[in-house]
Design a protein around this ligand. Structure first.
Ligand code: NAD
Length: 499
């Protein structure tokens, strides 16, 4: 049993709280480590030290800070296998998927190697007679990142890399269910040259999160997690005068038009619906075929694909498509929602409940489930299931399908499969969702674009990573300057007589 620590001033430091949260091996159901649940005093102490360390880091020129990002990127690459293993061990996702988790975080580090360019500021020459204006981007000071369990490497990297490259210090509060990857990343960025105290990892639960929200020296909070907590954090951070961007849950739809290539759509749906056991905020959880024939063909194409899915532990000798869900409670909740779908009249085409793997009887495995004839009033449609469950809501027309997506309270990602450019363009233009895929199931934008949902999938302003991150993690100062007539108007060349 490993007793995990915090990361304070460049070293692992035990918490004195005496309170812990269990970290499971989701494949076996065993507790493999304990995360300390730090106290308010520990958080406040970490912030005070970070504020001291930030003074020097913020004054370090942007190119030198970027060099730390370059070395950090190199170290992440060198430790890719080790980091992926850490992710899989606590989260349960397959090793190739865990490598993707690290890789999509690394790509944000790579963009931060170009931070000096993003931080350059603006200049207006002669905004008035002899008057110049210039704007500069300066760090906020100490900022905080609060992250979810489902991407133990990627989301901490999305938070820390831009925040640090902009010259801030960061308090990182990882998910208590998967804390080890963040601690290892903190070691690696120290090795890359980050001064001690600039990144503090403080583990904990609501107590520490509330302390972050109330600490006057924290200028901004970046959160990723479920919608109710995102909304709560946004409200409390804003009430305390902090800048906040809080990303929440999702219910992502894929529309399948009658002219779509059904095999390609079914392949995409299986990967996007069941990959990572459906525990992705960009997972497609609702398929929306347009027309009866499209719906029938889609279900026919999906069934053999879903039945073939291989579910097992990340360290199995055989290749697996996805692993267990995160906790026994998550499994029970998912199976409860499946039961509610049946009770409320949906057609359960494939039932993944009650899955037990030989040798892993206590693991949190859920078999894949597929629903047809789901309607918007059912709980399986209204709730974010966050499990390997794909619901099919049939639509009669393109307009009906589009309106279903528009009326859904979430707006993280969505996709359309079609052979018609005009339909695709209309969809991308009219839909009220932050990230749109055209014949592309999980449209997570590349790291030099930017990531963010609409509606109840995000609270606050500005997206994660890309140009928006450099805006979020800096404040703009604009100087209007005028110089009065100087020596060029006439130097004095002769000895002046005394007045
Ligand atoms: P969660 O909301 O339970 O936890 C997220 C973080 O908030 C954790 O660090 C946790 O310790 C903290 N927290 C939990 N309860 C709290 C409370 N009452 N008060 C204060 N802090 C609290 O989310 P999760 O289960 O770890 O992650 C899954 C959720 O995250 C899903 O809803 C998923 O869609 C969402 N998510 C969203 C995005 C996005 O970018 N929109 C990305 C990944 C995950």
């Amino acid at each position: 049993m490993t007793e995990l620590t915090n990361w304070i001033d460049g070293a692992r430091k035990a918490s004195a709280s005496g309170r812990f949260s269990d970290v499971y091996n989701p494949a076996t159901g065993e507790v493999q480590a304990k995360t300390p649940l730090s106290t308010v005093d520990e958080l406040n102490d970490a912030v005070a030290r970070a504020a001291e360390a930030q003074k020097g880091w913020g004054a370090t020129n942007p190119q030198r800070r970027a060099r730390v990002m370059m070395k950090f990127g190199q170290l992440i690459n060198e430790h890719m296998d080790e980091l992926a293993e850490l992710v899989s061990r606590e989260h349960g996702k397959t090793l190739p998927d865990a490598e993707g988790d690290v890789q999509r975080g690394l790509e944000v580090v790579e963009v931060c190697m170009g931070a000096p360019n993003m931080l350059k500021g603006e200049f207006t020459d002669d905004g008035g007679p002899g008057i110049d204006l210039y704007s500069m981007r300066q760090p906020l000071g100490v900022v905080a990142g609060i992250t979810p369990f489902n991407f133990p490497a990627m989301i901490p990297l999305w938070k820390m890399a831009p925040a640090l490259a902009c010259g801030n210090a960061m308090i990182l509060k990882p998910s208590e269910r998967v804390p080890s990857t963040a601690l290892r990343l903190a070691e690696l960025i120290k090795e890359a040259g980050l001064p001690d105290g600039v990144l503090q990892v403080v583990n904990g639960d609501k107590e520490v999160v509330d302390a972050i929200l109330d600490n006057e020296d924290i200028a901004a909070v970046g959160f990723v997690g479920s919608t109710p907590i995102a909304q709560y954090i946004y409200g409390r951070a804003a009430a305390n005068g902090k800048r906040a961007q809080c990303f929440g849950g999702a219910k992502n739809h894929m529309i399948i038009m009658p002219d779509a290539d059904i095999d390609k759509a079914a392949d995409a749906l299986v990967g996007a619906g069941y990959g990572a056991a459906g525990e992705r905020c960009m997972a497609i959880s609702v398929a929306v075929p347009v027309g009866k024939e499209t719906g029938d063909k889609l279900i026919e194409a999906l069934v053999p694909r879903v039945e073939k899915l291989r579910v097992g532990p990340y360290n199995s000798d055989q290749e697996m498509d996805y692993g267990p869900v995160i906790t026994a409670q998550a499994k029970a909740r998912i199976e409860g929602l499946i039961a509610s779908g049946v009770d409320q009249g949906a057609k359960l085409v494939i039932d993944g409940r009650g899955m037990e793997l030989q040798g892993y009887e206590n693991g949190f495995f859920c078999g894949p489930s597929l629903f047809d004839d789901v309607t918007p009033d059912m709980d399986i449609y209204k709730e974010e299931i966050f499990g390997p469950v794909l619901s099919t809501v049939r639509a009669e027309s393109y307009e009906d399908a589009l309106n279903l997506v528009i009326d859904n309270p979430y707006g993280n990602g969505t996709a359309i499969y079609t052979a018609d450019g005009d339909t695709a363009r209309d969809f991308a233009h009219r839909v009220n969702v932050g990230m749109v895929g055209i014949n592309f199931p999980i449209p997570v934008p590349l790291s030099y674009h930017t990531f963010g949902g609409w509606k109840k999938s995000a609270f606050g302003d500005l997206n994660q990573y890309g140009p928006d991150a450099f805006r979020f993690y800096t404040k703009t100062k604009t100087v209007t300057a005028r110089w009065f007539s100087g020596i060029k108007e006439g130097g004095e060349f002769n000895f002046k007589a005394m007045d």
